[in-house]
Design a protein around this ligand. Structure first.
Ligand code: FAD
Length: 394
């Protein structure tokens, strides 16, 4: 994989044998499955549509949340109760208000302890404690087809690519700029793969399944999009392994000792797997970047661009897509923070500070990328054959 230190076969093998099975278990644990986020419409807050910093003029943000909150009030922790829950009037409902775009907010009232709130210079909003935020159970809200498309979705992707990271390969681009482009393109490929792998085939019978054509036409027919997916996976994997000591010692206390021990054990298995260390000890070499005279200036510029991308996620016009868009961009921001904000690897454990939400985002992002890599590896050849056969007979 270009700019990485592992080839495709090794990645597929390691992912299938080691990473994917561990990650699938890890993201189910109480620590990893609850993500803190803001859903103002649940409580009829004044701030309802106001946190999209772009395009305020055309009410784009009114489309952002795609459903009325369905959860019974009894499921919310006591601290949320003072807010009056009001239903939204019809005209505020999202155009893409399909049931599959709504986030299931079923909660349990587990507490999280031992994590500090620190700023990430790479991301726009840090999930600091405030009463307008709530936890969602990610296991109940898988990233999949939601029906979100059209002008709103296109505008987000256009903004992300054209305003924040110029198209690659332009000869004059610095390696660091290409890397930003590849991270975004890799994430985009992964989102498309998840749409294709969990698609609403028949709305009338609520039949879900694979849509190999979408997978082929959006991802597989472009080798550079597949490459970006593998690149992003290796980049995030490197961040996780670089922070191994920190993640090993972190607090995973959710009030359920059996589950919390399991989280710790799975984390260790992932971080120190002997097969991973033997076959791909350095998935990406960050030490090569930001060298030369322009290094610091370039870093500032790319940091600002990534922060913009992070802010654009508040404008995604579908609730579930926004949840996963924000989470995965926060996961990328966490990877960037680990790789580029701490140079002193020996003392990383003393210097690095992550929020609980950042770790949750990082591990769920790695899992999503691992699922996409596995799906591309297993379905890729079959999808190509099927599409070519269809083209032949049509
Ligand atoms: P799009 O995927 O919208 O792509 C737009 C353009 O970007 C393409 O025409 C192409 O020029 C370029 N492009 C496409 N892929 C890549 C790539 N990998 N690298 C570089 N350039 C590329 N929909 C869902 O159903 N479920 C979701 O969970 C979901 N999450 C989303 C999250 C975000 C943050 C956004 C912005 C959108 C999300 N969507 C989701 C919508 C989905 O991504 C598509 O926008 C939508 O399905 C329409 O697809 P499209 O074929 O028009 O191309």
């Amino acid at each position: 994989v270009e700019d990485c230190c592992c080839d495709y076969e090794t990645v597929d093998h390691l992912n299938g044998e080691v990473l994917h099975p561990i990650l699938q278990e890890l993201v189910k644990t109480p620590f990893c499955r609850y993500y803190k986020t803001s859903f103002f419409n649940c409580f009829g807050q004044v701030k309802l549509w106001c946190d999209c910093p772009f395009w305020p003029e055309d009410h784009m943000c009114r489309l952002r949340d795609c459903s009325v909150c369905e959860c019974p009030e009894s499921e919310f922790p006591d601290s949320f109760k003072p807010f009056q829950r009001t239903l939204l009037s019809d005209d505020l409902k999202c155009r893409e208000g399909k049931p599959q775009a709504a986030v299931d907010r079923t909660l349990d009232s587990k507490a999280f302890r031992g994590w500090t709130e620190t700023d990430n210079p790479w991301t726009y909003d840090d999930e600091t404690d405030n009463s307008e935020m709530t936890y969602v159970n990610l296991q109940l809200n898988p990233e999949r087809y939601t029906g979100y498309n059209g002008t709103s979705a296109r505008r987000i992707w256009d903004a992300v690519y054209s305003e924040n990271c110029p198209k690659y390969p332009a000869e004059e681009l610095w390696q660091e700029e290409k890397i930003l482009y590849k991270l975004i393109s890799g994430l985009h490929s992964s989102i498309s793969v998840h749409i294709a792998s969990d698609y609403l085939i028949d709305e009338a019978t609520d039949l879900w399944g694979h849509n190999v054509e979408i997978m082929y036409y959006r991802v597989l027919q472009y080798p550079n999009r597949v490459e970006s997916l593998y690149f992003t996976f290796l980049f995030v994997l490197r961040a996780v392994t670089k922070a191994a000591e920190y993640l090993e010692q972190a607090e995973y206390d959710t009030g359920n000792p059996t589950e919390d021990l399991k989280t710790q054990s799975l984390m260790k298995q992932l971080l120190y797997d002997p097969k991973l260390q033997a076959a791909c000890p350095l998935p990406f070499d960050e030490a090569k970047l930001w060298k030369g005279r322009r290094g610091p200036e370039l870093k500032q510029k790319i940091q600002a661009q990534f922060k913009n991308i992070s802010a654009v996620m508040d404008c995604v016009g579908c609730e579930k897509c926004r949840l996963w868009g924000k989470l995965q961009v926060s996961g990328l921001g966490t990877a960037l923070k680990i790789l580029f904000s701490v140079n002193d690897e020996e003392n990383l454990v003393q210097i690095l500070q992550l929020q609980r939400n950042e770790v949750v985002a990082l591990m769920n992002l790695l899992n999503r990328l691992s699922e996409s890599v596995k799906f591309v590896h297993e379905m890729g050849a079959a999808a190509e054959k099927l599409v070519q056969r269809r083209m032949h007979y049509s």
